[in-house]
Structures are given as C-alpha cells and as structure tokens.
Design a protein around this ligand. Structure first.
Ligand code: NAP
Length: 348
C-alpha cells in the first residue's frame, strides 16, 4: 500500500487451456490474487465490483482453440474467464459513467475487474426488477428470444410452435411470447420438474421430457398431428432431424443454438432429413442476437410493462459464490440448471 491505494483480495476463475471434447469443471481454476482498487493511469475504462455473472452455452465455444462456434473471441489461457455480468462502478475513466452506477456487459469472472465501456449498458434500476434480470430476461437471452421469435420466426396467431431446451434462459421466453401471440405452444425439456414449469408456470399448451421419448418423431406427431409451423431450435443433432419431417408447408425454423453439439465440435452429428426443407418449402435461418441490438430500445419498452403486469414471468437458477461458477457453467451441458443460470458474486 505504498501508494496509499487500497489493495484487496480478488478471487478469480482462470481459464486453464483449450479443450477438445467435453469441457470439465477442472478446465477452470479458482485462484485468489490481490488487486489495487485503482484504475490504471490514463484508462478510459471502468473499475467495477462484479455482482452477478451469466453462464451461457456459447462460452463452451470460447474454450475451443478453433471452435467453429467462436463467433466471439476464444478465452486466453491463464487469464480470467470473461462473460456477461452486472457490476457496480467503483471508479470511472469515461465521463458517461460515474462511481455507484450499475452496468451490464462484458466483465471478468472475478470479484473486481477493469472493463471497457464499449457495448456497456447503464442500468436504470427499478425496484420490481431484480438486478440479475439484466443478464437474463432483460439482457442477452431476453433479446435472443425476442429477436429470434418475432424477427426470424415471423409468427402469426393460430400457428403451432415447438421449442427445444424450452425451460432455459431463452426457451421459457420464446414460449411465453408465442402464447401472447395466440399460438399453440409445445416445449421439450430434460426433467419432470422442467416439464411442470413449462405447463404450470409459463403457460405452454403441452410439454414433454425428451429423455423419456424413445422415438422423437412419434412424440412430435403426437403433439403436432397437423405439423409444426415454427420450430425454435436450441439443441440440434437428433432433435433437429426429428423435427424436419414434421414441419408444415412454409414453416420457419429459427436456428438459435445447437447445444447438443458444443462438446463435440470436432465431430458434429450429421443431419439426414434436410430434403424436408425443399418438400415443405421451409425457411431455416440461423441468427445471432448481436445483429439485432438496434431493437434493444423497443425490446425494453415491451418487456418492462410485460414484467410489471405479470404477462411475462422469469425463472432463474441463482448459485451463490464465485467458487461455484465452474460447476454452474458445466451444469448447462448436463441440464442441471432450472431456468436462467446466474452466479451471485456479491450483493450490491
Ligand atoms: P439454457 O437452455 O438455459 O441451458 C441449456 C439447456 O440445454 C440445459 O439446461 C439442458 O436442458 C439443455 N441441454 C444441454 N445439453 C443438451 C443436449 N445434449 N441435448 C438436449 N438438450 C441439452 O441455455 P440458453 O441460454 O437458454 O441457450 C439456449 C440455446 O440458445 C443454446 O443453444 C445457446 O447456445 C443458444 N443461444 C443462441 C444465441 C444466438 O445469438 N444465436 C444467443 C443466446 C443463446 P434440458 O434439461 O432440457 O436438457
């Protein structure tokens, strides 16, 4: 403390090395270092205290050296994991932010970080909206559901909608948007608890546990005897293959994610039923949420009243303690999360 600047212990989650095949908790290591509570001289960024961190499936792609999933930069071995989070500003080198401000955006998996203000969102805190919602229903997953459903799927009242990984951060919202549009909505998820949530909390018309369905084609025919107009794809692999022949004429498939493939990027599963796209004249479109952030203002204007009026509900799985972050991230690929997976690092 020679300079008179306070030094604090800073717990961090460090990325070990690039991974092939299944990622494990031990690929991420917990360490404690000391950090000066001061922005580096001349910095135009922010010194922040991290409050909530977001666990997202795309982060697995950042752990692969040449991951075909790396639509964002890979992690750097030996440095803290980076991801989306909610943080409190302690010191600012950017006149647009001041100490005490709450922000959401890219930050480190550590207690204190120095971050850039590029793409950072200032949070205007509202009492009935938990801060963690800014990395969930009001953050990237919320925007993904909103853009994917309304912009890519182009839904119409009365259409039939199927959502895989339906109880997760994105899926639970797509289902509720579809119900608000007047669609018939079916979701699949991997446990009884999740299926109950889909039907009883999120208002899906039907839901089923895909792990208990030996014949996915038969399951889909049971729930969609006249076919699927819209498929919101979160899973890929065998699920996509089973959906394709069950699509209706002029159906739409929004390819949001393919989580079943993220730990096998070197040998992804093949899809056999693509001919259905021609026969049924189906539009299948991949999308990235970051191409739709021009809609963020409109999204917030829609979502805030929806949340206040109870038209949209949101389930989070909040795990307390940075030391639990590696398990929380890996849990996404085993289906351990029930709702949006968040790590609480520090209460405000
Ligand atoms: P999430 O659904 O909250 O969590 C992942 C869930 O996926 C798990 O809980 C598990 O649920 C399911 N899952 C895991 N491995 C699976 C497998 N092998 N087969 C079938 N299901 C599996 O995650 P999310 O944040 O909402 O993300 C959902 C999808 O959207 C992901 O594919 C993600 O990459 C994608 N995404 C894309 C964008 C974009 O810009 N395109 C943005 C955000 C998210 P079950 O218990 O139901 O199996």
């Amino acid at each position: 403390m020679a300079s008179g600047v306070a030094e604090v212990r800073n717990k961090q989650v460090i990325f070990g090395d690039y991974v092939t095949g299944y990622a494990k908790e031990s690929d991420l290591k917990l360490t404690t270092t000391t950090t000066k509570l001061k922005l580096p001289e001349g910095s135009t960024g922010l010194l922040v205290k991290n409050l909530y961190l977001s666990c997202d499936p795309y982060m697995r792609g950042r752990m692969s050296k040449n991951g075909t999933l790396s639509y964002v930069e890979t992690f750097k071995p030996g440095t803290p994991v980076v991801g989306l989070g909610v943080a409190k500003v302690l010191e600012s080198g950017d006149p647009k932010f001041k100490p005490g401000d709450l922000v959401s955006g890219q930050t480190g998996w550590e207690e204190y970080s120095v971050i850039t203000t590029e793409f950072l969102i200032k949070i205007h805190h509202i009492d009935h909206v938990p801060l963690s919602y800014h990395i969930g229903v009001l953050g990237m997953p919320g925007m993904t559901a909103y853009a994917g459903f309304y912009e890519v799927c182009c839904p119409k009242k009365g259409e039939t909608v199927y959502i895989s990984a339906a109880s997760g951060a994105v899926g639970q919202l797509v289902g509720q948007f579809a119900k608000l549009t007047g669609c018939y909505v079916v979701g699949s998820a991997g446990s009884k608890e999740k299926v109950d949530l889909l039907k009883n909390k999120f208002g899906f018309d039907e839901a089923f546990n895909y792990k208990e369905e030996p014949d996915m084609d038969a399951a889909l025919r049971r729930y969609f005897p006249d076919g699927i107009d819209i498929y919101f794809e979160n899973v890929g692999g065998k699920m996509l293959d089973a959906v394709l022949p069950n699509m209706r004429l002029k159906g739409r498939i929004a390819v949001c994610g393919m989580i079943s493939q993220y730990n096998q990027l070197e040998r992804p599963e093949g899809i056999h039923n693509l001919m259905s796209l021609i026969v049924k004249q189906v539009r299948m479109e991949g999308f990235r949420v970051f191409s739709y952030y021009h809609l963020y203002g409109k999204f917030l204007e829609t979502m805030l009243p929806y949340i206040k009026e109870g038209k949209i509900t949101y389930v989070e799985d909040v795990l307390e303690g940075l030391e639990n972050a590696p398990a929380a991230l890996m849990g996404l690929f085993a289906g351990r999360n029930v709702g949006k997976q968040v790590v609480l690092v520090s209460r405000e």
